[in-house]
Design a protein around this ligand. Structure first.
Ligand code: DGL
Length: 272
């Protein structure tokens, strides 16, 4: 495997740029290929079979681009398709759930962790299962909100009213007294400032991007796959509207300067 081959990162949309920006900041020498499946966003309410089909299709594309590693930025995909992807490809495939749980577990003094995620991630139970393997005494409080994700994806995440809405969504975390909150969807770290404002007196906010980028670095070092040399190429694809992706995406990752359109078969699948 060529050390200077890119790392493939994918997500259901623009939110995975929260993971890409963290990997870029920790590993600035690494070339990146990012795919946001905005054309079929959202994944959150979709059945597992569909998530798996989309995840394989995008990963096949990344493999054809010669990636040395695949990072599944999307929590929904990580919770429902990671095992399948790991068994399907010979390159390492990393998801976000397990590493985020390992990172968050020791931070909780009260042993009470909140997870804000899509319905797909919440109903898969992937986070509670990961915590039960790490520390079974930790109680996990999950809240599913698709509406909040959709607001961010369509660029309305900064508008008036989001604060009030977000405050209502996270009220179960206040009521149950969690002291760590995992933003278990790639889009939510867009709201880190707001979440910190709403919960700072009570909970430490955890962005899965931090844990997964540390894991990426570890895997590259262990496998002697780290890139070297300057000026790595970073290519960003969307299956949706490149102009919209650029507009919303550059608010998340200011280094985003151009976006290519990617046409995948079945892109026309009904939006939900
Ligand atoms: N990117 C997805 C995640 O991290 C959420 C967005 C969606 O519903 O597609 O779970």
């Amino acid at each position: 495997m060529n050390n200077n081959a890119p790392i493939g990162i994918f997500d259901s949309g623009v939110g995975g740029l929260t993971v890409a920006r963290e990997i870029i900041s920790l590993l600035p020498e690494e070339p990146i290929i990012y795919v946001g499946d905005d054309g079929r966003f959202p994944y959150g309410p979709r059945p597992k079979e569909e998530i798996q089909e989309f995840a394989c299709q995008i990963s096949d594309f990344l493999i054809n681009q010669g990636v040395k590693m695949i990072v599944v930025a999307c929590n929904t995909v990580s919770s429902q398709a990671l095992d399948l992807l790991v068994s399907r490809y010979s390159v390492p495939v990393l998801g976000v759930i397990e590493d985020t749980a390992s990172y968050a577990a020791p931070l909780s003094r009260k042993k009470r962790v909140g997870v804000l995620a899509t319905p797909g991630t919440v109903y898969s139970n992937a986070y509670p299962e990961a915590f039960s393997r790490i520390d079974p005494t930790i109680k996990v409080v999950q809240v599913a909100s698709q509406a909040l994700v959709n607001l961010i994806e369509n660029g309305s995440g900064g508008e008036n009213g989001v604060k009030e809405f977000a405050s209502r969504v996270i009220s179960p975390f206040r009521e149950t007294g969690v002291d760590v909150l995992i933003l278990g969807c790639t889009h939510y770290p867009y709201l880190t400032k707001l979440m910190t404002e709403l919960l700072s007196d009570q909970a430490q906010i955890v962005d899965p991007a931090v844990a997964v980028s540390i894991r990426v670095r570890k895997e590259l070092l262990e496998r002697k796959l780290s890139a070297s040399g300057g000026n790595p190429e970073r290519t960003f694809y969307t299956t949706g509207n490149p102009a919209l992706f650029l507009k919303v995406g550059s608010q998340i990752y200011p280094g985003l300067k151009s976006v290519r359109e990617l046409k995948l078969e079945g892109n026309e699948k009904i939006r939900r």
